[in-house]
Every structure is written in C-alpha cells, then in structure tokens.
Design a binder for this molecule. Structure first.
Ligand SMILES: *Cc1c(COP(=O)(O)O)cnc(C)c1O
Length: 421
C-alpha cells in the first residue's frame, strides 16, 4: 500500500505538479538540484525575517534540548513568561492578558469564546457576532462562520452559525458601513456581542484595503455601544502594514487582538489572543464554572515560545523597520510603471503588501486565470499565489532589491501575457 499526501487548497484532479523543496535561506527556497525560487509571499504570509534566521534557529535548538513540551494548565515555564514580558513592549497598554494557542484559526476561536464568555459571565444575553463582508478568519468551523461565505464553505453551511454582516467600506461608501454597524448596535432585541475585523487590509478576501480613519470610527462605535472590538491581526501583525500592528495606524486599542503567523518569525506554529483586563476579570472568580474553558495539547509550547522570543529580539536589535521601508520604497517606481498599463486595475498598497487585478474579463477566485498564473510564476521560479486574478506581493523583510526586481519583472511579464484591456 502507498499513502498519498492530500495537500491543502489543492485540486489534485487538475494534475498540477507539486515541486519538492529541500532547503531555504533568506527570501529563497531551493529544490534538491539547487534551483532558487524567490518566496514573494513569505511562504503564505508567515515568514517575516526570512527563512532559517540564525537567531531563531539557535533559539529553537537551545530550547528543544532544555525543555521541549509540558502541560500549561496550572504550570508555567520561562519562555512563556519572557514572551509575556516582551510582548508588553509591542502591544497596546490596555491588552494586559495573553492566552496561547497554536494557529490563527484557534486564536480567532479563542477570541470568540472570550467575547461570548465575557457576556455570559456578566449575565447578559449578547450572542451575535458582527463581521465584515469579504473577511477571512480561518478554516475551522467557528472561524469560517465569521468569514465570508462562498464556494470555500458551501458544503459546511449547516454547521456555520449566523452572524451580522456589515459591508466592506469601499472608498466613497465608508459611511454606509458605519451606519450599518450603528444599526446593528441599536437593535435592542438582539444586541451584538462583538465585532471582528481584519484591520486595514482583508487578506484572503482579495487584499482589499480600507482606511485607518474608518477603522478608528468602527472601534469608536463599538466603544459607544459597549460592544467588544476584536482585531484579527493574524496576517497584518508583525510589520506587514508598515507598523507592528495595523491598529496602531488608527490609534485603536482593541478589546481582543489575535496574532499568529509572524509571531515566531513564521517558523513554527504559535498564536496569542491578547485581551483587556475587563475580559479577563469577567472570567476571574472563585467559581470554577466561570473559568475560561479552552486548551489545546501544545498550548504555549516552550520551543515555539523561544522562537517567538527570538522574533522579538530581532525586532529590537536589527533594522527591521529600515528593511520594511526599503521594500515600500522599491514599490514606488514599480507602481509608476504599472500605472501606465491599461490591462490592470485596482493597483493598491498597504505597507509591504502590493496588490492589483489583471483584467481578464472574468475575475473572481475561481477564474481560470488563477491556476494559469500559478503555473506561469512557478515556471519562472517565483513563489506567487494569486487570489483568482488578484496578484499580490508580500515578501519577507530580508528580501534583497535584486530579488524584488526579479519578482516585479515577472509580474509585468504576466500582465503583458494575460491581461486584456
Ligand atoms: C491566515 C489567517 C487566519 C488563519 O490562520 P491559520 O494559522 O492559517 O489558522 C486567520 N485570520 C487571518 C486574517 C488570516 O490571514
């Protein structure tokens, strides 16, 4: 008998090749025969400082030989304690409590459970979760429930819970979104428990961008109506949007903040759901029935925490912001050239993320252009994974100008090859 590997988000029936990678360094992956593939999407939005960063490698090696894994219910360890101390330099002051889990999806599940537990323990019936159109929060059932519905989750619809959806704040119609949020808040029969949003940019929903002013106004409406504001910074966190967290740009301090991907530099799984004191206090009691009922086997795995501590040290000790600024600067001339092309639309940028749509006449995620583009980039040794006809770059911050230039040239080639005006 032979066992086949079933890959994520992969239609094996299309017979696409699945290349094997042997090693990685910086912004590059290498096959066994030494072919270099430039990682233009940070290995699916996780890698921040580049592959096999020596400080993270050393932290993992050292920690794994000292304390590898242990129960975290009722026990603690130094890497977790250090990480809590370290995160206080990066998180807003109001987020005083951190809860560990192991992926972005679980960080979101934890956030939703915290929000519902908060209202439950206060004896108030607030259960409805508000979400933004086109959002993505993960692939587990709860995370799918608060994300966009579509072909991705049609089969599981019977399991998904009802939410209230506000429109994506398109440029020019931000007020409609804010009005819809107010309307939900004013519904006295079914007052919402929380609003969950991806701040500034919706990732899997198509790299859709909205302004910091709108983010700030949404948070203010939540505050006014006593509704919890959950920021899903799983993708936006750790520098992607130009600041450590996207909420900073709007001066927003959420009640709950989720982070995962870049927390360990994108090397091993670890997630944190940070919560305000009010959320924590709602679960703090002598009554065991009010504790926060959540755990997973690998909660706060010491090796993962050590990797996260190394990530924090890199942010403190290396010119990470300068690298980010360099990426942003490289986008300027590129954008000028793209602006002159008639066969693209929606050129936009948010920090280190640059996105555009190739005009192909169809244009959604299931458009046939997606797999064609994937193959086109694969053939040219660039790891890019368009969302339908949306091409985006989200590189690790260590990427060189030369590598960025190579990515940009291949994107221009793809536009000229596939785009229709
Ligand atoms: C990737 C992502 C998630 C899910 O994270 P996983 O680690 O893949 O479970 C949740 N929210 C956002 C905004 C994401 O981009």
């Amino acid at each position: 008998m032979s066992i086949n590997i079933w890959h994520p988000f992969t239609q094996h029936g299309l017979g696409e090749p699945i290349p094997e990678i042997a090693r990685a360094q910086g912004a590059a992956l290498y096959t066994a025969d030494g072919t270099k593939i430039i990682d233009a999407i940070s290995s699916w939005w996780v890698q921040t400082h580049g592959h096999c960063h020596p400080k993270i490698v050393a932290a993992i090696q050292e920690q794994s030989a000292r304390l590898d894994q242990m129960i975290f219910a009722g026990w603690t360890h130094e890497p977790a304690r250090k990480l809590a101390e370290g995160l206080s330099d990066f998180l807003p002051d109001s987020l005083e409590h951190i809860f560990f889990s192991d992926s972005g999806s679980t960080a979101v599940e934890v956030a939703l459970k915290m929000a519902l537990g908060y209202w439950h323990n206060r004896g108030e019936t607030r259960q409805k979760i508000l979400v933004m159109e086109h959002s993505y929060h993960g692939d587990t059932i709860g995370a799918m429930s608060v994300g966009a519905r579509g072909v991705f989750n049609q089969a599981y619809a019977p399991l998904l819970f009802d939410v209230g959806t506000i429109a994506f704040p398109k440029a020019g119609s931000e007020q409609d979104t804010l009005d819809q949020l107010e309307d939900f808040c004013k519904n006295a029969e079914n007052p919402p428990a929380a609003l969950i949003v991806e701040p500034l940019i919706l990732g899997a929903g198509g790299m859709k961008i909205y302004g910091a002013a709108t983010l700030a106004k949404m948070a203010a409406i939540c505050r006014e109506h006593d509704l919890l504001f959950i920021a899903d910074e799983v993708m936006t966190g750790w520098g992607r949007t130009g600041t450590i967290f996207a909420c900073e740009q709007a001066g927003v301090e959420p009640d709950i903040l989720c982070m995962a991907k870049g927390l360990t530099g994108g090397v091993i799984p670890l997630a944190v759901t940070a919560a305000s004191d009010a959320i924590y206090q709602a679960h703090f009691s002598e009554d065991r029935a009010q504790m926060f009922f959540h755990s997973s086997s690998f909660t706060a795995n010491p090796i993962a925490c050590a990797a996260a501590n190394a990530n924090l040290a890199i942010w403190r000790d290396e010119p990470v912001q300068q690298r980010i600024d360099g990426i942003i600067a490289s986008y300027r001339a590129f954008s000028d050239r793209l602006q002159r092309k008639s066969n693209i639309s929606g050129l936009r940028q948010c920090g280190t993320i640059l996105a555009l749509e190739i005009n192909d006449g169809a244009g959604d995620y299931m458009s046939d252009l997606g797999p064609k583009l994937l193959g086109f980039f694969r053939d040219r040794n660039i790891l890019l994974r368009p969302l339908g006809n949306t091409i985006y770059i989200m590189p690790p911050y260590c990427i060189t100008l030369e590598e960025l230039t190579a990515i940009q040239a291949v994107i221009e080639e793809a536009i000229d090859h596939f785009g229709t005006s």
